[in-house]
Design a protein around this ligand. Sequence first.
Ligand SMILES: Nc1nc2c(c(=O)[nH]1)N[C@H]1C(S)=C(S)[C@@H](COP(=O)(O)O)O[C@H]1N2
Ligand SMILES: [Mo]
Length: 488
Amino acid sequence: MGRAVRAGGAGLLSALAALGGGELAAGAFRPQSSPVVVVGGTVIDLTPTPVKEFAVRTFGTSDKPVLIGTIIAVLLGLALLLGLLAGTGRRVPAAAGVAGLGVLGAVATATRPASAPLDTVPSLLAALVGALTLLVLTRPASPAGGRRAFLLIGAGTVAAIAAGRLPASRAPSAKLVLPRPASPARPLPAGADLRIPGLSAFVTPAAEFYRVDTALVVPRPDLDGWTLRVHGTRTIELTMADVLRRGPIERDITLTCVSNEIGGPYVGNARWLGVPLATILREAGIPAGADQLLSRSADGWTGGTPVDIVMDGRDAMLAIGMNGLPLPAEHGFPARLVVPGLYGYVSATKWVVSLKLTRYADERAYWTERGWAVDAPIKTMSRIDVPAPLRRLRAGAVQVAGVAWAQHRGVAGVEVRVDGGPWHEAVLAAVPSPDTWRQWTWTWQATPGSHTLEVRATDVAGHTQQSSRVTPFPDGATGWHSVVVTVV
Ligand SMILES: Nc1nc2c(c(=O)[nH]1)N[C@H]1C(S)=C(S)[C@@H](COP(=O)(O)O)O[C@H]1N2
Ligand SMILES: [Mo]
């Protein structure tokens, strides 16, 4: 029994030491090359879309920590078994098994879209450290020496993991000084923000802006080394200085994720500063027949945007600023795409490093390859922010309020009803353009009892949100948001 515990412990510790070695090596040069991060990224890319949707729905923005936790748990489980194997005298096959897990990480690394050959080093180092640790800890030795080895390796592991994670907290955005917009945003019309407690602010602060991406480690491209390659009829390469010289525009635009559920949080509005994509694409030349703008991020993610939409005169831009500051790392520093009217997966590539004018028939982007729609205009949608679900309210006048969006078409009307009764027109707040969401409010004379509030919006094209509930896959959710409250 004591021997089995020791052997199992040696297995666990060899896995932890391997992780520590991997993290230390990754932290020293590229956080993205951490074995856990690489395996996590591979799992994300290989996971069937319905499972991914389930994970996002169930775990929300904790989906990444949950994934990392699961990978570590599986690894520790396997290491425990290999330790027990070593305890039965089969030390070399067990150590080979531990090394094999590291090699698996290296294979996963080599198949990552944005990996360099050196990125396999942390995984290979982890393989070596793990195997050696298991061999040392299970060698027939004096109990005292064994205990000392356990303690030393344990302490070293903790230190290595801690040291490996440190460099991730660098802030690279300090150096970028934003130019003044050649075309400033219109001042927000009076009353764009109704300032009702509980209602989403018209401008979403960057720190509260939803984040959706496949990056387990936020890419942090170096500003000096960053360039944007644009492949058109010729290939041009722009540095940040080149971008800044091209007459930036400033616009209020609301982003929305296709995975947003009815009433969900994956929508936010910001003031973006950026260079019109049309300017950049014309410089590179648009080849005849090119219908897709394929954008690629520093970590190899891709998005495909219709060229005709980018060129139709809307404020599609290569954005470098968000709410008056450089983009936060989480939102794409140093540059990302913003295209009004399309869900983020086909329009909002963060950490963008290349643009390619191509054809949908020739190349598919990350999510379309996984079954999501090629064309992804944002569906007309509305949400009740106040009262919050399941709130207890006093009878009498209750202010109901929320946001509605139909980017690039514009919201023409919002209606609210109670318990399936007649629809009531809400009062709409002012908006600077059809590219932002629109706040709305309606005063309800609430009577005691349990009540269901429902909302629906109609866009400027005359389309009213349909009642039937459809899940986000493959082109965005439909249905009316409802909130149940108790009035006393
Ligand atoms: N590089 C990269 N860009 C990306 C994504 C991604 O996974 N990787 N996700 C897209 C999706 S699905 C959405 S909805 C928006 C979200 O932008 P935000 O995180 O700044 O809100 O980014 C888009 N840009
Ligand atoms: Mo998204």
